[in-house]
Design a protein around this ligand. Structure first.
Ligand code: HEC
Length: 155
């Protein structure tokens, strides 16, 4: 085998072994109910859509699947979860100011309507997260009302 290729292969083996041994961070920080979105205040059908299609990456209540501990998938899953949480984390919802929350809700409706969210690899592995047109309409009806409420002084 060519020496460069051999080294590259060895490097990959080491990287995979290391990520299997130490793994990326797959933890769920404790949820502070005083700042988390109060799911009980959200219409039940909306809460159910968010739980099945959004919360794995946009909350601290991630259901880590078994394949999330198998490298290199583990790295990709942890990356998406950490990135998703850093952009929008419903477990930290009330720590964002109401105008930012309103913007995020508008953006949520846009991204779900355009098919960007949930991201496609997730939809591939989670059939229940493939939202129907009715799911999208249900979600957007709520985001519109809630964004208006927040943008007009609600908290
Ligand atoms: C598998 C992980 C994953 C799932 C599930 C997921 N997202 Fe995301 N989401 C991301 C990542 C990663 C980003 C940041 C990268 C980007 O903007 O594309 C993001 C970004 C966003 C943003 C932009 C936030 C901002 O203001 O920067 C919104 C809004 C959003 N997602 C809404 C949703 C909604 C609503 C759902 C459920 C219907 C959902 N996402 C499901 C991973 C996910």
């Amino acid at each position: 085998m060519h020496r460069g290729v051999g080294l590259a292969a060895a490097a990959i083996v080491v990287a995979v072994a290391a990520s299997a041994a130490f793994g990326p961070d797959r933890t769920n920080p404790a949820v502070d109910r005083t700042v988390a979105l109060d799911v009980g205040s959200v219409p039940a059908p909306v809460a159910s859509i968010m739980r099945k299609a959004c919360f794995d990456c946009h909350s601290d209540e991630t259901r880590w699947p078994w394949y999330a501990s198998v490298p290199p998938v583990s790295l990709l899953v942890a990356h998406d979860v950490n990135k998703g949480r850093s952009h929008l984390n419903f477990s930290e919802w009330r720590s964002y100011n109401p105008f930012d929350r309103a913007d995020m809700l508008d953006e949520a409706c846009k991204r779900v309507t355009s098919g960007e969210m949930p991201i496609w690899p997730y939809r591939l592995l989670h059939p229940e997260a493939r939202l129907s047109a009715a799911d999208i309409a249900t979600l957007c009806d709520w985001t519109r009302v809630e964004a208006d409420r927040l943008a007009s002084g609600g908290d």
